[in-house]
Design a protein around this ligand. Structure first.
Ligand code: GUN
Ligand code: FE
Length: 425
């Protein structure tokens, strides 16, 4: 028996390219067995019998992708944000993460995080956990249960961290990572492990070398932070005077594997050489606009990254950011990009609504494969948003409705969400 074919009916909008929206008012997006069959004005006969779910004139868009966030920091979001990155790590992030050494605390806290994301507009995520293996496995179990798709990292950190949140040696950190990989790789349908050195200052050279070997041995993807904040970059220079840029340190230890397997968060202050390295290695940049402001990291030359054809997606970077919603990250990205133009770069045009919608869906989605568009053989992730309550007494185009959903909903008007063809809300 072949699988049933479904259609969602409503006001459909997705990004075909950074400059082009495809819009179907009262259209149909079809899917079968987790895969999309395309979006149509009326259902084509070739697909036979179709079960239609009619969402009236709600907006139907692809699921949004969060390429970078910290699950354990969710419960302490919006705290200590008058500080700069390194100070905030010490005062707020590290003490919070240390609590995940206690499994019962981790389970209670991660429940809040997962519930928030299930109710919001994101369908896929790349997450940092903490250095604790039992807590990270608990997070992976909960995410699998939720139906969301995610990469999750047990964090590695064996130096330059407070004793209460630091692995005792490269050996201990590497061994714990191997045990965690063996337990989680291939275990889940929707959750996969990803290697996660916290950032260069928190990993010894021996640990970076071990992680590089694990990358090769298990062909795992990698995520970390890169060139986020000026004081952090200065610190990396002092720790690795032999490397010509921050990114070159990851590369030296084999942590920028080719083939689109790496995500580097922030990339605020990348020198030319580093950008060339990222492009050469096919690295995804997770652009985290809200966190970059909150932690005094800076404004990103995003237009030039797009012009260079860099791979870019959006990240909420909770708790440098204080909301998980990638709708909010889209709005923050436009605002940041306008500030970049104002602050000394009049020739750099700000990014447009169409462009940020592309980054939030197909841009970040590409890290997961064929994700982020309502086109044939893409995985079927969708968000249905009832925007009627905040659009009274006003005539709007579909593009304007998308814009208002981005600024006004942040995920509070989501009526249904689909991930790989499955209803998850
Ligand atoms: N760099 C190293 N750790 C972190 C973190 O937890 N958040 C952010 N924004 N940057 C980091
Ligand atoms: Fe981060």
């Amino acid at each position: 028996m072949s699988e049933k074919t479904f259609a969602l009916k409503g006001d459909i909008c997705y990004s075909k390219s950074p400059g082009e929206l495809r819009i179907l008012r009262r259209g149909y997006v079809l899917f079968r067995g987790g895969l999309c069959l395309g979006a149509f004005d009326s259902p084509p006969a070739e697909f036979g019998e179709i079960t239609v779910k009619d969402y009236g004139d709600s907006l139907i868009i692809p699921g949004l992708v969060d390429l970078h966030t910290h699950a354990p920091q969710f419960v302490c979001r919006a705290k200590g944000l008058d500080r700069e990155l390194l100070e905030w790590l010490e005062s707020t992030a590290f003490p919070q993460e240390a609590r995940y050494g206690e499994l019962s605390y981790a389970e209670a806290a991660y429940k809040h995080f997962v519930a928030d994301v299930v109710n919001g507009p994101n369908t896929r995520m790349c997450l940092f956990g903490t250095l604790h293996v039992p807590a990270t496995k608990a997070l992976m179990d909960m995410l699998e249960e939720s139906g969301l798709v995610s990469f999750v990292g047990k964090v590695n950190m064996d130096r330059n961290a407070p004793a209460y949140l630091c692995e005792s040696s490269a050996g201990e950190s590497g061994d714990a990572t191997v045990a965690w990989i063996k337990e989680t790789l291939g275990r889940y349908r929707n959750v996969s492990p990803i290697l996660t050195p916290r950032f260069i200052p928190s990993c010894s050279e021996e640990l970076l070398g071990r992680l590089g070997s694990l990358q090769k041995g298990y062909a795992l993807p990698v995520q970390s932070h890169l060139s986020e904040n000026l004081s952090e970059i200065e610190w990396v220079k002092q720790l690795h005077p032999d490397c010509s840029c921050y990114g070159a340190v990851y590369d030296k230890y084999g942590l920028l594997p080719e083939g689109g397997r790496t995500i580097m968060a922030h990339c605020v202050h990348c020198p030319e050489e580093e950008l060339r390295l990222l492009k050469d290695r096919d690295v995804f940049i997770a652009h985290c606009a809200q966190s970059n402001v909150n932690l005094s990291s800076g404004l990103v030359p995003l237009r030039s990254y797009l012009d260079r054809g860099m791979k870019v997606g959006l990240g909420s970077d909770v708790a440098g950011g204080y909301t998980t919603s990638i709708l909010r990250a889209m709005a923050d990205t436009i605002q940041m990009s306008k500030m970049y133009q104002c602050c000394g770069h009049p020739e750099e045009k700000p990014v447009t609504l169409k462009e940020v919608f592309h980054l939030a869906t197909a841009g970040g989605g590409a890290f997961f494969g064929r994700v982020g568009r309502f086109e044939r053989d893409y995985e079927f992730d969708a968000v249905v948003i009832d925007d009627s309550t905040y659009n009274p007494l006003i005539e709007l185009s579909m593009e304007e409705r998308l814009e208002r959903a981005m600024y006004l909903s942040e995920g509070s008007h989501i009526v249904q969400k689909y991930v790989r063809g499955r209803e998850i809300k």
